[in-house]
Design a protein around this ligand. Sequence first.
Ligand code: ADP
Length: 485
Amino acid sequence: MSIRVRLTVLYVSLLAAVLFIFGATFFGILNYSLYQQIDQTLQARAEQVVRGIASENRSFAQVLRTGNIRLPDLDLFSPALDASRSILIQVNDAEGAVIDKSRNFGRFTLPPLSDERLDLVEQGQEFFEDQTVEGVRLRVFIKPLPINQQVIGFLQVAQPVATVERVLSWVLLALFGGTILALLITALLGVMVARFSLRPIERITETANQIVSAEDLDQRLPVSKKNDEVDRLSRTINSMLARLDNFFQAQVRLSADVSHELRTPLTIIRGNVDLIRNCDESEQERSETLNAIDSAMDRMARIVSDLLLLSQADAGMSLTMHPLELELLILDVYQQGQALAKGVSLHLGHTEPAAGFGDADRLKQLLINLIDNGIKHTPIGGSVTISLYKEADWIRISVADTGAGISPEALPHIFDRFYRAKGLNRKGSGLGLAIAKWIAEAHAGTLTAESKIGNGSTFVLRLPLKTEKYPLPPESTPIRTVLKM
Ligand code: ADP
């Protein structure tokens, strides 16, 4: 069931409940007050008749003696101008036999009272009764006529209830008809209002469908300035679309880059294999060809292992965090780096004791990467210096080279995956700095670069000094971190 139908059913049911309660209360009150009015009229008329009887029979002793009661002209008390409103009066003796009745009865009389009712009369109780005479429904008031505490008869004063019944049935019909009409109008308006209020949601659905069918994540949902629920929904969907767009673009870029990067070494390998197969090469040529294949395979292996590391990082790789003495870690990296420094001198600059916290293997990988880059991009005779400083909140480790430097256009992109600056040494995979940055951020640290063409480059790793800044509690707890795209 659509929201529109559900809302309409809800409105209509609520209104139906309200109208029913209102109608039932109104009808109940009207019914009660109309009958109450009849009852009061009947009582008042009975009083008048009793007073009339009293004035006609001045001496009750005489009535008792003769057993005769003189009655006034009952028709005086029962105006018969309107038959439906006329009041019928009947006087009975104590046994229920009719003594006199008003003329508007015609040839009819009121049906005799049941024995129980006669008992009540005998006890001097007055009461109301509903009776039907010749198909005419009557409200009857029964009033005993006591003389000296002896009931000598009783009075029946009746009025047809046809008018009241007609009024009540008209009111009932009007209430019923009015309720049905009101419900129909509400249902109609409810459908229109629900359609009108849900139109923005439909527009969102349409646009979202267009985006899905056109596979165009560039499109965005329209956002008005009302800042209502629909706007907030549109904004949320838009930011989700933006993230999906980024993600898909990154995926597309990544697969394009990966295939492009792997194609070069594969082409080299294929060309060299063909060379070995088809030509009679000398021993030295063969060994050169094999060396070329070897280094192409090396490059492929490096790219694949870097990619594997990055995809593990994307999937939320675990780091094993330990308390570390970072000055010892720097020393270790410095010694390992010596093996890479061909023609470039690697120096150990300022260091001081610095207790930190991290994954030693990953931090070494980061620093070796920086040293390797520094050596790669520094001409023979240049130098690379690694230093450690303890600052107020951070441990700052810098790797500075005296190499070619990085152009201002290239600098913002060097941490992107597969980015390699043009015209320089293009042997690398372009993944090293992306991995280094991820490692730094996984340690709640930062990795930045400063460089000027011709003046060398300085890469600065900052790690938090205080352990509470680290993402997870200390002591060898593996932490999961996800690389942000
Ligand atoms: P690669 O494996 O190609 O070295 P990186 O991600 O480590 O990939 O580096 C990306 C690019 O940044 C390099 O291609 C290079 O252009 C530039 N770069 C990195 N380190 C230095 C440096 N010390 N001096 C000059 N350029 C550098």
